[in-house]
Design a protein around this ligand. Structure first.
Ligand code: SF4
Length: 358
């Protein structure tokens, strides 16, 4: 079992981060923020997938001005993502966002950062300090020669100390880079020295399998070390995939369970069905279930039921038929053409009887 680092707890629009709160899943919209309809529609899809906090980019005045309406309609707290232009941080706060993320390194003078922090404090808004290799202070770059893990951790610590010196504590820190091992090192260095909650992730992880693997390894290592109070998987993809990936990482580490886990056999020469098709069909049909449920789809009856003993329910396929089994025991033999429907009917039954919500 993962022993989580003891961090202090903060509040982002009613969502607790750190302390004994579960690791919070977040994502970022990919729409133009000023397109309120498109942004809200994506936020609703993200929330449906289990996203608990959403960040939106605020590169222009019109994006900042649109935030009021977005915050009003969003089912989850909204974070304004600000770079280079402090005035958008102030407009975002006026518009009622729940959190402001800045990279102090690209905001400008320290006094400007202090003014943003003071406004957040006055309005009871949370903040996130972002430290990335691209926005590291010149002085630290000169000291270390390049944006290494030590430099990133030092930058994060310095800014955290300043925030605290200004009497502000409702903030979290993210230290992100695209190099997995440097990222792990920088977060570990920071985590050793403070109890400030950490937002973790690997930036620019990329597309498809490569992006998912890179993120899973980087985030997984940190979480397994007990580090990380909130996560965002950054992918070049529909942000809903980021949320689904985050939950799979958390599930693999035993930290959070959400939705159906499909256990599918790797297939071998004994297989008699097109298992990939069956798995895809079952997976697609069960997407709406939020409760944790283990469903096994196995290629044959020889070892399948024993192999998938820990599943709540499953199918062991044969030539032209399948055994439907529950908790390791066969309960019904069904025709191949009916097996998916039978499985879904049984699950629906379990959902109703055992009060699992869809
Ligand atoms: S369940 Fe059957 S088909 Fe699948 S890997 Fe095991 S023995 Fe092979």
């Amino acid at each position: 079992m993962v022993q989580r680092r003891k961090s202090r707890q903060i509040d982002v629009g009613g969502v607790k981060i750190g302390g004994d709160a579960p690791v919070v899943v977040q994502s970022m919209t990919s729409t133009k923020t000023h397109d309120v309809e498109a942004t809200l529609s994506q936020i609703r899809r993200l929330a449906q997938a289990g996203c608990e906090i959403v960040r939106v980019a605020v590169p222009h005045q019109e994006d900042a001005q649109a935030l009021g309406e977005i915050v009003k309609e969003s089912p989850i707290p909204v974070i304004a993502d600000i770079h280079f232009a402090p005035k958008y941080a102030f407009i975002s706060m006026e518009q009622g966002v729940h959190c402001v993320r800045i990279n102090p390194g690209n905001i400008g003078k320290e006094e400007v950062v202090r003014d943003i922090v003071q406004e957040a404090k006055l309005k009871g808004i949370a903040m996130r300090i972002g430290v990335n290799s691209g926005s590291l202070e010149k002085e630290l770059l000169e000291k270390y020669g390049y944006p290494c893990a030590e430099a990133l951790a030092e930058s994060a610590l310095r800014w955290s100390e300043r925030f605290e010196a200004w009497g502000f504590y409702n903030f979290k820190v993210s230290i992100k880079g695209s190099n997995v091992l440097e990222n792990v090192k920088a977060n570990t260095e920071f985590a050793k020295r403070t109890d400030i909650p950490l937002h973790i992730g690997i930036t620019e992880a990329g597309m498809g399998t490569k992006g998912i693997i890179k993120s899973s390894v980087g985030i997984g290592i940190l979480l397994h070390m007990g580090i990380g109070d909130t996560v965002r998987v950054s992918l070049t993809d529909d942000p809903v995939v980021e949320v689904e990936t985050a939950y799979e990482i958390l599930r693999a580490l035993g930290l959070r369970y959400r939705g159906v886990e499909i256990i599918a056999c790797p297939t071998c020469g004994r297989i008699e069905v097109d298992l990939e098709r069956v798995v895809k069909e079952v997976e697609g049909k069960l997407k709406g279930i939020k409760a944790p449920l283990k469903v096994a789809v196995m290629g044959c009856v020889v070892n399948a039921i024993g192999e998938a003993k820990e599943a709540d329910i499953g199918l062991a396929c044969g030539r032209g038929f399948a055994w439907l089994f529950k908790k390791g025991r066969p309960i019904k033999k069904v025709d191949e053409s009916q097996m998916t429907q039978e499985l879904l009917r049984e699950i629906e039954d379990m959902v109703q009887r055992e009060n699992i919500y869809l």
